[in-house]
Design a protein around this ligand. Structure first.
Ligand code: ATP
Ligand code: MG
Length: 278
C-alpha cells in the first residue's frame, strides 16, 4: 500500500470512507421511502419437486450490510438467483424499492436498475490491465475495441481512480488482471461492479480461498461500501462474518430460521443445532 504523507491527520480509513459514501453519480430513481430497498415475500422455488426456497421472506434496509449464513443447500445462492432474475420463483413477490417488481424484469434489466452481483469465481478479463477492466465495466458498450479506444472524460477517469483507491489496487492499475493474486482479482471484480454504481450489491462467498490478510481487507472494503450501497453478503467463514456483521440472517431449508445480531444468532438453540453446532 502507498505510504501516507506525514502530517496527514485523516487516516486512510477516513479517506476510503469518504469515497465509499460519495453518492453515486447516476443512480437510478429508486423509491426507498420506507427505508427498505429489497423486499422478498413468501418466495418459493421448486426444482423437480424439491423446495430450494420455501416461503422465504426477507427485507433489506437501504444502506444496510446484511450477512446471510446457513448450511449447504439452505438456499442462499438460489435467493440471489431470484433477486437477479436468473431463477423465476413459483410464487412470492420480490420488489426493489417500493415500485420495481423484479419478477417482471429480465436479468440485464435488473442489473440496470442497480443490482450488482459478484459471483464466487472472478470473471475479470485476464489479458487486460486492472485499469482497463474498470474502464470496460463502466462502459455502456461492452465491446473492448470500442471502449478501449474511446476517450475517457475527466470525470470517468476520476471515478476509475476513486474505485482503484477503494479496492486498493492503485499501485497495480497497469498490471494485467491475470497476474493478480486471487484476492486482488476478487477486489477488482467488486470494483467492476462499483463502476456501475449499484444501489444493492450481492456478494456470494467473497473470502473463499483468500489469505487471512486478504480476508481482513475484504471485510474493510465491504464495511466501507455500506451506507452508500446496500450490501448482502453470503459467507461460511464465521470469523469473517463476525468481523463485519450487523444484522445476520440464518437460512435453513429455504426459509429464515433466525435473524438478529451475531451474538443473538450464536446463542440461538436452533441455529446451533442446524449450523453452528460443531
Ligand atoms: N438449478 C438447480 N437445479 C436443481 N437443484 C438445484 C438447482 N440449484 C440449486 N439446487 C438445489 O437447491 C438447494 C439450494 O441450493 P443453493 O445453491 O441455493 O444452496 P446454498 O445455501 O447456496 O448452499 P452452499 O452453502 O453450499 O452454497 C440445494 O439442494 C441445491 O442442490
Ligand atoms: Mg451457495
Amino acid at each position: 500500500m502507498s505510504t501516507e504523507q506525514s502530517g496527514e491527520v485523516r487516516t486512510e480509513a477516513d479517506r476510503l470512507e469518504d469515497l465509499a459514501h460519495r453518492p453515486p453519480a447516476f443512480s437510478p430513481a429508486l423509491d426507498t421511502g420506507h427505508g427498505t430497498i429489497l423486499y422478498l415475500e413468501d418466495v418459493t422455488v421448486t426444482f423437480d419437486g424439491f423446495r430450494a426456497l420455501n416461503g422465504l421472506s426477507l427485507y433489506i434496509d437501504d444502506g444496510e450490510l446484511r450477512c446471510i449464513i446457513g448450511p449447504n443447500g439452505a438456499g442462499k445462492t438460489t435467493m440471489m438467483d431470484v433477486i437477479t432474475g436468473r431463477t423465476r420463483p413459483d410464487s412470492g413477490t420480490v420488489f426493489f424499492g417500493q415500485r420495481i417488481d423484479l419478477l417482471r424484469q429480465r436479468e440485464h434489466e435488473i442489473a440496470q436498475e442497480g443490482i450488482g452481483r459478484k459471483f464466487q469465481k472472478p470473471t475479470v478479463f485476464e489479458e487486460l490491465s486492472v485499469f482497463e477492466n474498470l474502464e470496460l465495466a463502466m462502459a455502456a458498450d461492452k465491446r473492448p475495441w470500442v471502449t478501449l479506444f474511446a476517450r475517457l472524460t475527466a470525470a470517468q477517469r476520476e471515478r476509475i481512480h476513486e474505485v482503484l483507491t477503494l479496492i486498493r489496487l492503485t499501485d497495480q492499475r497497469r498490471r494485467l488482471a491475470g497476474a493478480l493474486s486471487h484476492g486482488q482479482k476478487q477486489w477488482l471484480e467488486i470494483g467492476m461492479l462499483l463502476m456501475q454504481n449499484p444501489r444493492l450489491l450481492l456478494v456470494d462467498e467473497p473470502v473463499a480461498g483468500m489469505t487471512g490478510e486478504e480476508t481482513e481487507r475484504t471485510a474493510e472494503l465491504l464495511v466501507s461500501l455500506a451506507g452508500a450501497h446496500s450490501v448482502v453478503v453470503v459467507e461460511h467463514d464465521m470469523a469473517f462474518v463476525r468481523s463485519i456483521a450487523r444484522r445476520v440472517t440464518v437460512l435453513h431449508q429455504g426459509a429464515v430460521l433466525a435473524e438478529g445480531s451475531m451474538d443473538q444468532i450464536q446463542r440461538d438453540r436452533r441455529v446451533i443445532e442446524v449450523y453452528l453446532g460443531d
